[in-house]
Design a protein around this ligand. Structure first.
Ligand SMILES: [Zn+2]
Length: 223
């Protein structure tokens, strides 16, 4: 089988037997991909950007990595704990939400953008929450309609359930309600085209928690 090339960000490396490693990368054209890395090539480190030469292993979702070249060690991500935490968060959420070998080139570009801004994003909550919103939107799990599904009243505060939205009167009691301001921030962050626009949004911790809960519910129910 012939070798192909891609590039990606290393998310996790798990030792396998004595000399080998199973590396999970988020790649430019395969999405989330797992590679068998034979001994001698095992010095991959998490959160580095690499170019890979790989091939299929006959129907297995585990690919064979022949060789790799370091494109960027992203040392800047390791200079400060907050930066490392923000960068690691991105990887964890991709691992939780993406199916293996489902190409997502737009998400790869989004990841590169967020990694570039991880050292600069002093407001961690805005940084991480906006990434979750972008992920949900990318995967078609976040619709932000203007009207209640039940009564068609224009939405002010709303409950968001599986891509549908309900006004306060029709929201189930168990579902957190996004206030009118929070709905505005959701729309701003989902539609933002630059990091400047994203990082200008100031948010309360309660908003971050609601978005994390929404992300948890939607990714668990779908995958
Ligand atoms: Zn309603």
């Amino acid at each position: 089988m012939e070798y192909r090339q891609t590039e990606g960000i290393v998310l996790i490396c798990t030792p396998f037997q004595e000399r080998h490693v199973i590396a999970t990368l988020f790649t430019a054209d395969l999405g989330l991909a797992r590679f068998f890395v034979g001994g001698g090539h095992s010095q991959l480190s998490a959160l580095s950007r690499v170019e890979c030469l790989y091939r299929d292993r006959g129907g297995s979702t585990l690919l064979q990595l022949k060789e790799w070249t370091l494109l960027d060690p992203y040392l800047i991500l390791r200079e400060e704990l907050g930066t490392l935490e923000r960068a690691s968060f991105l990887g964890q959420k991709l691992l939780q939400s993406q199916l293996p070998l489902k190409p997502a080139p737009a998400l790869y570009n989004l990841l590169l953008l967020y990694l570039a801004y991880a050292p600069l994003a002093i407001n961690s909550a805005t940084f991480t929450t906006s990434f979750l919103i972008k992920l949900l939107k990318h995967d078609g799990l976040l619709a932000l309609p203007e009207r209640c599904m039940e009564c068609e009243a224009p939405l002010q505060a709303a409950a968001l359930i599986r891509g549908e939205a309900f006004c306060q009167a029709h929201a189930p009691s168990w579902s957190p309600l996004f206030s009118q301001d929070e709905m505005r921030d959701l729309r701003t962050l989902a539609g933002a085209r630059s990091m400047r626009e994203v990082l200008d949004v100031r948010m309360e911790d309660s908003f971050r928690l609601k978005v994390e809960r929404l992300f948890g519910e939607l990714t668990e129910s779908i995958y």
